[in-house]
Design a binder for this molecule. Structure first.
Ligand SMILES: Cc1ncc(COP(=O)(O)O)c(C=O)c1O
Length: 416
C-alpha cells in the first residue's frame, strides 16, 4: 500500500489535447527506429544498413559549407554580427529562390517565405487553415500531412476497419491508376495536399495530370498545398513546380526544401511560395495571413543556414547539388535493378530517390520484418504511408555506395 502511494506519478490537472489522443501509435519513423533498436539487441554484431527513413548521407559540397563557416565566423565580429532577421527570410535568398526555381513563372521575391524546412511549413500551413477546413491527401502519402491535420482537429477519430481517419478524403494512388487519383470520385475538400515527385511512391505527376488537378481545385474553390521537395531529382519533363500550370497561382501554395538537394536535413532550410493571387472566400490574401503566422510562430530561418542556401544557388553550389543528386540517382538505379532482376513490380525511382516495390497479398510490416530479420536491411513499410501503401515497401536511395551495393547483394540472396 505504502509502496503504491510512493510509485504513483504526480499528475497535473491539465487535460490532454483530445486531438493528440486520436493519433495512432508512433509516428512512422520513430516506430521504425524502435524496431531497428530491438533488432540490434537481438543481433548486436549485425551490420545493419538503413534504406529506411530517407535521410541524406553524403557530405555537403564545400562551396556551401565554406559560405556557412564564413557567415558563422562573421558573427564573432562587430561588423558581421546580426541577430533576428526578417521573419520571411533574407531578401537576397528569397530573390535567388524565385529566380532559380520559378524563373519565368511570375513568382516574385515577395511570394517566397524562407523557413527551417518543409515539414515545419506544413504544420504552419495547418495553423493558417485552422481546424474548420476539410482536407484531402494522396494515399499513400508523406505522413506529416495527415498527422498535422489530426493534431489541428480537422479530422474525426481513426477508424480501425479502414485504417483511415474520419473526415479526410484519401485519394487512392495505385499502379492501376498510374498513381494519379481518379478525381471524378474524389469529394470536394477545402485543402488538397499533393506531393510530386511523390514520397513514398517516387512517381511524378505529368503536366496533363496537374492541369486536371488545378482545374479540379478551381472548380471546387479548393487550395492545393503542393510539396515539391524532390523536384530536382526529376529526369523526365514533368513539371518541377505546380506554378508551371496556368492558373495555379489562384489555387496553390508550394512548399519545398534544401534538405534533399544539399544534404540540409540537419542544417534545416526550406521555403514556401504563397502567391499574392491566392485569396480566401472573403477575398482576403492568403499570403498576408501566412505572413502573420510566420511572424507569430517563427522568427526566421538561421542566418547561417540562409548563407548556405544562398551558396547552394550560386553556379558552383548548383553544380555541387546536382552532383550529389546524381550520386543518389545512381543508387536508385542499383536498387531498381536489384528488385527488377528478382521479378518484382517496381515503381518510382526515375524522378525521386525512392523505389516502391510491390509484394502483392502480403502485409508491408511482415515484408519489412522479413527483410530486416534475414538481411539486416531497414526499409519502410508502405502501409505506414496510408492504407493505399499496404503490400508495398519503400526503399530509399540515400546511403553510401558500399552500403547500397551490400544491401542489394543481401536482398538478391533472400529473394533469389
Ligand atoms: C515529401 C516531403 N516533404 C517534406 C519533407 C521534410 O522536409 P524538411 O527536411 O525540409 O522538413 C520530407 C522529408 O522527408 C518529404 O519527404
Amino acid at each position: 500500500m505504502i509502496l503504491a502511494i510512493f510509485c504513483e506519478a504526480f499528475k497535473t490537472k491539465v487535460s490532454r489535447n483530445a486531438n493528440m489522443a486520436k493519433l495512432q501509435a508512433g509516428y512512422l519513423f520513430p516506430e521504425i527506429a524502435r524496431r531497428r533498436a530491438t533488432h540490434l539487441l537481438k543481433y548486436p554484431d549485425a551490420q545493419v544498413i538503413s534504406l529506411g527513413i530517407g535521410d541524406t548521407t553524403e557530405p555537403i559540397p564545400e562551396v556551401i559549407t565554406s559560405a556557412m563557416a564564413k557567415r558563422s565566423h562573421a558573427l564573432t565580429t562587430l561588423e558581421g554580427y546580426s541577430g533576428y532577421g526578417a521573419e520571411q527570410g533574407e531578401k537576397q535568398l528569397r530573390a535567388a529562390i524565385a529566380s532559380t526555381f520559378y524563373g519565368d513563372l511570375g513568382i516574385e521575391e515577395g511570394d517566397i517565405f524562407v523557413s527551417d524546412g518543409a515539414k515545419c511549413d506544413i504544420s504552419r500551413l495547418q495553423v493558417l487553415f485552422g481546424s474548420n477546413v476539410t482536407m484531402a491527401v494522396q494515399d499513400p502519402s508523406y505522413p506529416a500531412y495527415v498527422d498535422s491535420s489530426v493534431i489541428m482537429g480537422q479530422t474525426g477519430l481513426f477508424q480501425k476497419d479502414f485504417e483511415k481517419y474520419g473526415n479526410i478524403e484519401y485519394m487512392r494512388c495505385t499502379p492501376e491508376n498510374g498513381f494519379f487519383p481518379d478525381l471524378s470520385s474524389v469529394s470536394r475538400t477545402d485543402v488538397i495536399f499533393f506531393c510530386s515527385p511523390n514520397n513514398p511512391t517516387g512517381i511524378a505527376a505529368t503536366r496533363e495530370q496537374l492541369t486536371r488537378l488545378v482545374k479540379f481545385a478551381k472548380d471546387n474553390g479548393s487550395i492545393i498545398v503542393y510539396d515539391s521537395a524532390y523536384a530536382m531529382y526529376m529526369s523526365d519533363d514533368s513539371p518541377r513546380s505546380i506554378f508551371e500550370i496556368p492558373g495555379a497561382k489562384e489555387v496553390a501554395i508550394e512548399t519545398s526544401s534544401f534538405s534533399k538537394y544539399a544534404g540540409f536535413t540537419g542544417v534545416r532550410l526550406g521555403w514556401t511560395v504563397v502567391p499574392k493571387e491566392l485569396l480566401f472566400s472573403d477575398g482576403f490574401s492568403v499570403a498576408k495571413d501566412f505572413n502573420r503566422i510566420v511572424c507569430t510562430c517563427f522568427n526566421g530561418a538561421s542566418n547561417i543556414a540562409q548563407a548556405g542556401g544562398l551558396a547552394c544557388l550560386s553556379p558552383e553550389g548548383l553544380k555541387g547539388m546536382r552532383d550529389v543528386i546524381g550520386f543518389y540517382k545512381e543508387n536508385t538505379e542499383i536498387i531498381m535493378d536489384t528488385f527488377n532482376s528478382l521479378g518484382f513490380n517496381v515503381y518510382g525511382g526515375k524522378n525521386a530517390p525512392y523505389v516502391w516495390v510491390h509484394f502483392p497479398g502480403r502485409s508491408s510490416w511482415d515484408v519489412f520484418a522479413e527483410i530486416l530479420e534475414k538481411t539486416h536491411v531497414v526499409t519502410t513499410p508502405g502501409s505506414g504511408f496510408g492504407p493505399g501503401g499496404e503490400g508495398f515497401i519503400r526503399v530509399s536511395a540515400f546511403g553510401h555506395r558500399g552500403n547500397v551495393l551490400e544491401a542489394s547483394k543481401r536482398i538478391k540472396q533472400l529473394y533469389k
